[in-house]
Structures are given as structure tokens and as C-alpha cells.
Ligand binder design. Structure first.
Ligand SMILES: Nc1ncnc2c1ncn2[C@@H]1O[C@H](COP(=O)(O)OP(=O)(O)OP(=O)(O)O)[C@@H](O)[C@H]1O
Length: 255
């Protein structure tokens, strides 16, 4: 579904070139849940933005659904959840979630149903008519997830969507995201700074090293797809978390 070969991206800045991605090779199959973890500035967001066709790599090749990222973007192959919620302040929460559906021309009844369903999914029933400023930061972020889910793209790109939420809400959303993924079979690319979150959610964890961002380890999760939260106490979980931590440390030392 996503295939990167020798991907490089160097930004030209006034202070000289910034080598954000270096020789990234990665294949992601349909229905995988892949997390990206690494120190700040290692290129996780840049990789997601390349997949989304929002940045142009300076070397290598990248295919999304067998197309160029730009063609995939125009075909609305993905929903994107940013670090900041990015809701339009002049639209209600429901209006924000409706926006992509309006642009894509969904029938009225379908729009209403999808807004209702996605609001329920992120536990924001009853907030449809509120404005973003009337919601907490965490609730705004949940609304932005609902917006990305509403049009049912096959790929969901999530850039630290739960980073700003308190731990209890985050646990709940992690569980809901897994259940959503199990039900829909979407392909998930998920950036996080949290080792437990990466291990809990992923079928595969991509560990990245500091700039220039390279892949330093790719860990296949042996955990079953059905994951109650207390799986985090299991030996298998702790072992994977340990390997991620080691990968992060090795990357830092090599840099
Ligand atoms: N448009 C740009 N112009 C110049 N440099 C950029 C641009 N976008 C990103 N960078 C630089 O590229 C590097 C990678 O940035 P990126 O945001 O991908 O890192 P990240 O791993 O997502 O970081 P974080 O975990 O802090 O979100 C950083 O050094 C950043 O400053």
C-alpha cells in the first residue's frame, strides 16, 4: 500500500541544508498498524507529509496505493490527524466533521449519519452544535480524529494525535482506535513519542534515529491483534518495549 525506496529529503534553509530523511526503505501492507517513534526532529512528521504528498522527496521513490503521493492525495486516499486539532473556529464541531463530506459531495442523509457515527466513536455525542472554543484541547483533538475518519479513507495518517491528552483519555482512545482498526481494516501510520503507546497499538514499530532521520530498527509485534489494556503488563509487551528503548538508545549513540 505504501512503498518507500531510498527516500531522501533535504530542506534548503537559510542556515544551509537540513537532511531530514536519509535512505528510508519501507513497505507497508494493507491493514497494518505501523508506528513511528524516534527523538524530536528525526523526520517522523516529514515522512508522513511525504506519504501525504505535502512534501516532495529530494531522492528515492515513494508510492501510495500504487500511485504517486500527489495522485493519492487527489484520490483522497488518506485521512490526516495533525498534532494540533486544526478545527475551523467559525464552524461547529459537526460542521467541521461535515466539511470533507461536503467537499466530496456525500448525500445529505449520509453526511448526517457519518457525523453522528464518528462523534460517537470519539465520545463526543451531544457536542455537534458546539464551537471548537467551547471544547477542551483534548476534545478538540478527538473532533479532529472524527473528521479524519468521517470519509472512510483506506489510510489514516496520525501525527501524535493523543500527545496532548491526559493518560486516562489517551488509554481509552488507544483502545477505541484499535477497535476501529479491527472493524475497518484501515492502514494506520501513527507517529508517537510514547513507547507504551507504540507497543500497544502497532503490528510493526519503526524506530528512527536522530537527524538525518534513518530507520534504525523495525520491530514486528508478536502480540495478538485483540489487546486488552492489561496486555501492557505481559512479558511479551515488556520485551518489545525494551527492544524499542534499546533501538532508540542505539540510534542516539550512533548519531
Ligand atoms: N519546511 C521545513 N524547512 C526546513 N526544515 C524543516 C522543515 N520541516 C521540517 N524541517 C526540519 O526537518 C527535521 C525533521 O522534522 P520533523 O518535523 O519531521 O521531525 P519529527 O521527528 O516529526 O519531530 P517531532 O517529534 O518534534 O515532531 C527537523 O530538523 C526540522 O527542523
Amino acid at each position: 500500500m505504501i512503498s518507500a525506496r531510498g527516500l531522501n529529503l533535504t530542506f534548503r534553509t537559510n542556515d544551509g541544508p537540513v537532511h531530514a530523511l536519509k535512505d528510508v526503505d519501507l513497505d507497508i501492507g494493507p491493514g497494518e498498524f505501523v508506528s513511528f517513534i524516534g527523538p524530536s526532529g528525526c523526520g517522523k512528521t516529514t515522512f508522513l507529509r511525504c506519504v501525504a504528498g505535502l512534501e516532495t522527496p529530494t531522492g528515492g521513490t515513494l508510492q501510495v496505493n500504487g500511485m504517486s503521493p500527489d495522485a493519492a492525495r487527489r484520490a483522497r486516499a488518506y485521512g490526516y490527524v495533525f498534532q494540533a486539532a486544526g478545527l475551523y473556529p467559525w464552524r461547529t464541531i459537526g460542521g467541521n466533521i461535515r466539511l470533507p463530506l461536503e467537499i466530496m459531495g456525500f448525500p445529505e442523509e449520509e453526511k448526517r449519519k457519518r457525523v453522528r457515527d464518528t462523534l460517537a466513536l470519539v465520545d463526543l455525542e451531544g457536542f455537534e452544535k458546539k464551537y471548537p472554543w467551547q471544547l477542551s484541547g483534548g476534545m478538540q483533538q478527538r473532533a479532529s480524529i472524527a473528521r479524519a475518519l468521517s470519509f472512510d479513507a483506506g489510510i489514516l495518517l496520525m501525527d501524535e494525535p493523543f500527545g496532548a491528552l491526559d493518560e486516562i483519555v489517551r488509554d481509552r482512545l488507544n483502545e477505541e482506535l484499535l477497535s476501529l482498526w479491527a472493524r475497518t481494516g484501515k492502514t494506520m501510520l501513527f507517529v508517537t513519542h510514547s513507547i507504551p503507546e507504540a507497543v500497544y497499538l502497532s503490528t510493526r514499530i519503526v524506530v528512527m534515529s536522530p537527524r538525518p532521520g534513518r530507520i534504525s530498527d523495525v520491530i514486528e509485534s508478536p502480540l495478538p491483534r485483540e489487546r486488552p489494556l492489561d496486555i501492557r503488563d505481559s512479558r511479551a509487551f515488556i520485551e518489545i518495549a525494551h527492544r524499542v528503548r534499546e533501538g532508540l538508545r542505539a540510534g542516539m549513540e550512533a548519531a
